[in-house]
Design a protein around this ligand. Structure first.
Ligand code: ATP
Ligand code: MG
Length: 197
């Protein structure tokens, strides 16, 4: 069971009377790279939200890296080594690239709650490393997300997950809103990530 990174057993989610996900049984080995396919409304995003703790499942079990888990939110999943690129991306439009990578896990030089001083140099360096690792090219890291194309935003979200994920990256339709070239770029990034680890 040790080489199985994630496993679900009878994972079920109902929204009131709507059965969005029924008894999903899934297993993924470390080093594997798989796609889950299904129609619009099939339950793919719902499946991702139950694993990552964005929502609380109706029933079923989840194991991650050998332990049975029940994450209370995506932050807990992140801390355990699971990063997710959500379908709606969840980037902050008004922030630049490093601030988005470190959103919610900012590196502080001095920690005084709201009066903390952020270690911008460190975050910028780590961002550059993360982008390099994924093969993502972004001209100007100080650009705010608002001024970026759909493909560039997607790349930032993927670079963020790749920078922090230690065990698993989940991407929910990473190419749905992209053109042919950007899709090819995202596929290249996924291959680069697989080859790196
Ligand atoms: N918060 C919610 N409340 C009620 N119903 C929901 C909610 N989220 C999803 N659903 C329903 O659950 C079902 C599965 O939706 P889900 O978003 O998981 O599909 P999907 O496979 O990700 O589709 P897509 O390919 O369009 O992204 C759909 O019938 C949807 O309407
Ligand atoms: Mg979806």
């Amino acid at each position: 069971m040790t080489d199985i990174i994630i496993k679900t057993e009878n994972l079920t989610k109902n929204y009131g009377g709507l059965h969005a996900l029924r008894s999903a049984n899934f297993e993924l080995k470390a080093g594997e790279h798989v796609a889950i396919m299904g129609d619009n409304g099939a339950g793919k995003s719902t499946f991702v939200r139950q694993i990552t703790g964005v929502e609380q499942r109706t029933s079923g079990k989840v194991w991650f890296d050998g332990d049975e888990v029940h994450f209370n939110g995506p932050l807990e999943a992140r801390e355990a080594g699971m990063e997710t690129v959500f379908q709606n991306l969840a980037l902050a439009d008004d922030l630049d690239v490093p601030s988005n990578l470190f959103l919610g896990r900012e590196k502080r030089l001095i920690n005084l709650g709201p009066f903390s001083i952020l270690d911008n140099k460190y975050m910028r360096r780590k961002t550059e490393e993360g982008l390099k690792r994924t093969g993502v090219k972004i001209q100007n890291l100080s650009n705010t997300i608002r001024n970026m194309s759909g493909g560039q935003r997607q790349c930032v979200a993927i670079a963020r997950s790749a920078t922090f994920a230690s065990k698993l990256i989940i991407m929910d339709e990473p190419t749905a809103a992209l053109g042919v070239q950007e899709t090819a770029q995202v596929e290249k990034i996924i291959k680069t990530l697989k080859n790196n680890d």
